[in-house]
Design a protein around this ligand. Structure first.
Ligand code: PBG
Length: 325
């Protein structure tokens, strides 16, 4: 008559629940995506990402200290150039005094090797047309012509102090090209965190404001179709073959099946990016009083880790770090 198994036994006190908890979030596994912008004298609030800012070099320095205090694992830096510095090929991406490379130097000065400093390796922030690669006269994105640009960009970032470069443009062969370039330049210890399964997602919406992206149109010829999970695993395997040290699935939230499938397949650490749209939705609902913000934030990141991510990129990283300290 009585149930033999009583799962509720292990839920009866907080200490018991803690003891049997299967998934835990560690601040050290979190990476904070941050923005540094050229030509501003004060940090600029990003309206679609409440609580997030485009930083000046000075406020970036303070942010670095805050991230170290929060005990998180690293910072992933994106650069926002001045509008007039954008060009067809995004040359500010590899200019030594380009804003992203200056920001990386500041992070390196402030943090040394204490946190992992990652750089976004892509052209979309720096191109006048907003595409992640070079555009042919007919408007299509030229995969192979883009690769040498990524290599130059990755080298500049490594020289500026990035421990990891993160190619996010979804060009075929980008990981192999960057690995060769870094090796030939003697930068064998610069790691590659590859955006492997990156989907053409509407959840990137607020990010486009964050980096003042000039894109008209979409990225469907290079980012993946949200309907395809197996293809995400294939992309991750290809990147591992090409020399990726870490593979990433992005977005994380609506793609937990892909995170799980990739984590079960690849022999390298898996990162997942909780993107701007996920952040904005929770912040908006919390502002209305419709959600318990802290619980939802922790639950959403727990879900990503439970699916198999070793590393989570999230705009809540410093805050979570403080909560869990
Ligand atoms: C492209 C890039 C994007 C994001 C990170 N890198 C946007 C895009 O592909 O359009 C999105 C991040 C987010 O939404 O939080 N370099």
């Amino acid at each position: 008559m009585y149930p033999v198994q009583r799962p509720r036994r292990l839920r009866s006190t907080a200490a018991l629940r803690d003891l049997v908890q299967e998934t835990r979030i560690f601040p050290k596994q979190l990476i904070y995506p941050a923005f540094v912008r050229d030509g501003i004298s004060e940090p600029a609030a990003i309206s679609s990402l409440p609580g997030q800012y485009q930083h000046t070099l000075d406020s970036l320095r303070r942010l670095a200290v805050e991230c170290a205090e929060a005990g998180i694992g690293g910072i992933d830096l994106f650069g926002v150039p001045r509008e007039e510095d954008k060009d067809e090929c995004g040359s500010q991406a590899w200019a030594e005094d380009g804003i992203l490379n200056r920001g990386l130097r500041v992070l390196h000065e402030e943090l040394g090797d204490d946190l992992v400093i990652c750089a976004d390796t892509c052209l979309d922030e720096f191109t006048s047309h907003g595409h992640c690669g070079l555009v042919r006269p007919d408007g299509t994105v030229d995969n192979d012509a883009t690769l040498p640009c990524y290599v130059r960009e990755a080298l500049a970032q490594a020289q500026a102090g990035a421990h990891m470069v993160s190619p996010s443009g979804m060009m075929d062969g980008q990981v192999a090209a960057i690995r060769n370039g870094l090796d030939e330049a003697g930068m064998k210890n610069t790691a590659i965190m590859a955006y492997s399964a990156k989907y053409a997602s509407a959840f990137f919406g607020p990010f486009r404001e964050a980096v003042a992206c000039s894109l008209h149109g979409d990225r469907k010829t290079y980012q993946q179709d949200p309907a395809n999970a197996r293809e995400g695993v294939r992309e991750a395997l290809l990147d591992v073959e090409e020399g990726a040290d870490i593979v990433m699935v992005k977005p994380a939230g609506s793609y937990l099946d892909v995170v799980q499938a990739v984590a079960e397949t690849v022999p390298v650490p898996v990162a997942a990016y909780q993107v701007s749209g996920d952040y904005a939705m929770v912040e908006a609902a919390a502002q209305q009083g419709w959600l318990d913000r802290q619980r939802v934030v922790l639950e959403s990141v727990t879900g990503i880790v439970r699916a198999g991510a070793d590393i989570v990129l999230t705009y809540w990283a410093p805050e979570i770090g403080h909560w869990l300290h």
